[in-house]
Design a protein around this ligand. Structure first.
Ligand code: BG6
Length: 515
């Protein structure tokens, strides 16, 4: 940002975090399908390991790790430890702690389309339950490529594994479907086997501390609600920018693109939390009803106006953190003539009383100049400017800036008088930083979400109608982009701010991207 700012700190009342002492989960068996994949390695095992270290897990706990891979059990566990060393928020695992944790893991090789695999899983579950003398919560986690979801669900449906509806839960990773039609189809298949209450569709953004804090900010404080509407808010911007490229995910990304990969889920969920009506209670369905109301109220974009509301981009070569990087089309498993977007920006309106006429700008991209996720609420200017012109040279309307990552915190920008003999106004920030205010470690999103599944709390998970409503919002853009592939890709250089068209999208409304 260009302005110089002063700083004031909010000190949380009662301060230096008191983490509630853990109440252990009931006996649980976590069956990870796709146990040698990247998600298990980077996210799931480090998360479960931290839940274990923080004492959340029952002593009667087991992970049945299922994979097609031919690794030995020993190699597999070594591989998992490397993942924890590299990706756990606590850093490297301590040998004694790791050795006591790894005893909870059973490795099971097998092909997902073979019925005997499912009988084998059943016998492992029975064995553990017999030892514990109880019926455990059984959580099936689909950490597999999306094209395997249906196949695995059908196999599970044909086995005895899904008989106990009260104790069986299914976790499905994103992307949930490839478009509205396939999402409906997948919902149909899952509903033929599971009740909706058994299905946990993950959007890991909802597990992030700062994302959950949006609810606290809005609904635990009386200060914001009176201004949280079209009368006071001029526009809202949601930016999720990454320096990373597609890495080794070219195969997946070629079928997805930024719109499907990020906007359909993470950014629309952020939008829902910012704009939903106050819930009557924190019951899962109450929160999810309020969110789906927002998605249903988003103005439909007509096919002929897509270019006015959406912008796409693809990165070319460039520089990131002083290192030369290749363009998207040169990445592994990416077509040399690919027209897949690695950047997307959209402008949306919400047709209801609270938000009529307020533009919401959502933007995300890979290989950009910074890695950050920020929501900016830009307030309207004051109705009458009473200060003399020379006092207001640096004058800016108020902003509320929610930093989701990497530095979690909240800032309010307001005008103050600069010290001196003259009245000169200057923008300053009041800010709350998690790092400065709380000393306890912040759980990773997957820790929160996995614990929620174990406890049967689906508040932070996507319901079937939410997923479909989110697809509905984007289908006109998806269709228009597929019918008219871009002819000017790559149109932004790695390490810069994205395509010029994204600046134009917002500039034509008289605004600019704030971060
Ligand atoms: C995933 C996307 O859902 O979110 C990735 O598939 C993206 O492409 C990632 O990099 C970003 O998540 P985070 O938590 O790093 O912001």
């Amino acid at each position: 940002m260009s302005v110089q700012t002063g700083k004031a700190f909010f000190i949380p009342n009662g301060t230096r975090a008191n983490v509630a002492s853990a109440i252990k989960t009931s006996p649980t068996i976590l069956i990870i399908l796709g146990a040698t994949g990247d998600l298990t390695w980077r996210k799931l095992i480090p998360a479960v390991y931290n839940l274990y270290l923080d004492n959340w897990l029952s002593d009667d706990f087991e992970i049945i790790a299922v994979s097609r891979n031919s690794m030995s059990e020993r190699e597999f566990k070594k591989h998992l430890r490397e993942g924890v060393d590299k990706h756990s928020r606590r850093g490297k695992a301590k040998t004694r702690e790791w050795n006591s944790f790894v005893k909870y893991i059973v490795y099971q090789r097998g092909e997902f389309d073979s019925a005997p695999l499912y009988s084998k899983i059943e016998s492992l579950i029975n064995k553990a339950e017999k030892k514990w003398n109880c019926i455990a919560t059984r959580i099936f986690y689909m950490a597999v490529p999306p094209n395997s979801f249906e196949k695995i669900a059908l196999k599970m449906g044909a086995s005895k594994l899904v008989k106990n509806k009260l104790k069986t839960r299914l976790v499905v990773e994103k992307p949930f479907g490839h478009n509205l039609e396939s999402a409906r189809r997948l919902n149909g298949i899952l509903h033929s086997i599971f009740d909706e209450s058994q299905i946990y569709r993950i959007d890991h953004y909802l597990g992030k501390e700062t994302v959950q804090n949006i609810l606290a900010l809005r609904f635990a404080n009386g200060l914001f609600e009176p201004t949280w509407n079209r009368n006071y808010i001029d526009n809202v911007q949601i930016t999720v920018s990454e320096q990373l490229g597609v890495e080794n995910r070219g195969n997946y990304y070629e079928t997805a693109g930024a719109l499907r990969d990020m906007i359909q889920n993470h950014l629309l969920q952020l939008l829902c939390l910012i704009t939903m009506e106050p819930p009557v209670s924190f019951e899962a369905d109450e929160i999810r009803n309020r969110k789906v109301d927002v998605l249903n109220a988003i103005r439909k974009i007509r096919p002929d106006e897509v270019h006015q509301f959406a912008v796409r981009g693809q990165y070319g070569k460039g520089w990131i953190k002083g290192k030369k990087v290749v363009g998207y089309r040169q990445e592994p498993d990416v077509a040399k003539t690919s027209v897949k977007e690695t950047f997307a920006a959209v402008k949306l309106f919400i047709d209801n009383w609270r938000w009529q006429g307020v533009p919401f700008y959502l933007r995300t991209g890979k290989r950009l100049n910074d890695t950050l996720s920020v929501i900016t609420i830009q307030f309207r200017p004051v109705p009458h400017q009473s200060f003399p012109a020379e006092a207001t040279v640096n004058w800016q309307p108020n902003k509320l800036i929610l930093n989701i990552q990497p530095h979690m915190g909240i800032r309010i920008r307001f005008q103050a008088k600069r010290p001196g003999l003259k009245m000169v106004l200057h923008p300053v920030d009041m800010q709350f930083n998690y790092d400065e205010s709380y000393t306890s470690g912040t759980p990773e999103a997957y820790e929160t979400l996995l614990l929620d599944v174990m406890e049967g709390d689906s508040t932070l998970f996507m319901r079937s109608d939410q997923v479909e409503a989110a697809w509905k919002v984007l289908m006109p853009i998806i269709q228009a982009w597929e019918e008219n592939p871009s002819v000017n890709f790559p149109n932004y250089e790695s390490g810069l701010q994205g395509p010029e068209d994204a600046e134009a999208l917002i500039a034509k409304d008289g605004h600019n991207w704030i971060v």
